[in-house]
Design a binder for this molecule. Sequence first.
Ligand SMILES: *Cc1c(COP(=O)(O)O)cnc(C)c1O
Length: 394
Amino acid sequence: MTQSKLKRGLQTRTVHAEDQITPGFESFSTPVTRASTVVFPDLAAMRALDWKNDAQWRYGLHATPTSLALAQRLAAIEGGKHALLQPSGLSSISNVYFGLVKAGDDVLIPDNVYSPNRDHGDWLARDFGVTVRYYDPLVGAGIAALIQPNTRLIWLEAPGSVTMEVADVPAITAAARARNVITAIDNTWSAGLAFRPFDHGVDISVQALTKYQSGGGDVLMGATITVDRELHLKLKAARMRMGIGVSSDDCSLILRSLPSMQLRFAQHDRAAFGLATWLKSRPEIDAVLHPAFSDCPGHAFFKRDFTGAGGLFSVVFDSRYSAAQIDAFCESLELFSIGWSWGGAHSLVMPYDVASMRTAAQWPHRGTLVRFYIGLEEEADLRADIEQCLAVLA
Ligand SMILES: *Cc1c(COP(=O)(O)O)cnc(C)c1O
């Protein structure tokens, strides 16, 4: 230490530490870099910063080495080139809207979309001068007839995470590209593992990392992933203006879960398929909505474009059961909890009144829909639990 530094007061020395840390510590974990301010070696370096360059550090809100490591890994999983992180899946959806859509623009949304996305679109239509129209998720190439000169963005969700219809994604993206309309898919259901959106012409993939990527039910985060750099920069500019960032601690939790994601997904898939197959044989169930089943709307597209299904599927109970009876069924389950956010180890159940959630496509079922999320418990125990609670209906 120089003589002048030694003369500094104790309080200054606790701030401007002279730590002698040996460099070169190597481990498998990504270090957690917590920072608001990023310091520059000199003013010239600060002034030379280019916000478009993801490799430059500007401010802790925009990126840290921990968050960039996660973003890069997510882009690689999905087959994209660029990724941005937002503090929830819904804020990723919001980032897409505010990055691309302005007053006078038109947006098309599938009728089976994640409900808060629908609510967000309705808000833009009510207060921000955007028009929003809903389309039948099975419209396929027929989307071309819905595209107007001011149509800016088409959302996709395949399958819809409650009703499970699988859209013909390449037919919709081809029609959109022919008219220069941007497409964004909420790809949370497939975790980016079972469906590769950029191979099917999609421009933006949205992931709720809250689900399988976290895998623990204890972190909220989302991502927007693109191949196109200009699109990435549009979303990045909106993200900066909205003051959105993520915590490196949360990023490190997700980085810790990613290596096991594919194995977990495969196990969720196996158990869910087994239980769905068994439920199909039950007299209480009118329909099983699982894209791997041949009677699921859009099954042919699932077979063509997907490599797996994960843990989420729905059933429609026979219409002789009242909504109150179905509620009693859901509440009597012991291993299935009542909750929204799937993707973790714990199984979940949730009843939905689908008819009240739709405006574009007629819902063909009369009975109550119940969505199951199959966690990592023993399949036989989950089946015994459901079986015993089906008796509640009798
Ligand atoms: C959970 C979910 C979201 C939103 O994620 P949050 O992190 O809870 O905001 C978006 N889309 C789908 C399909 C989801 O299941």
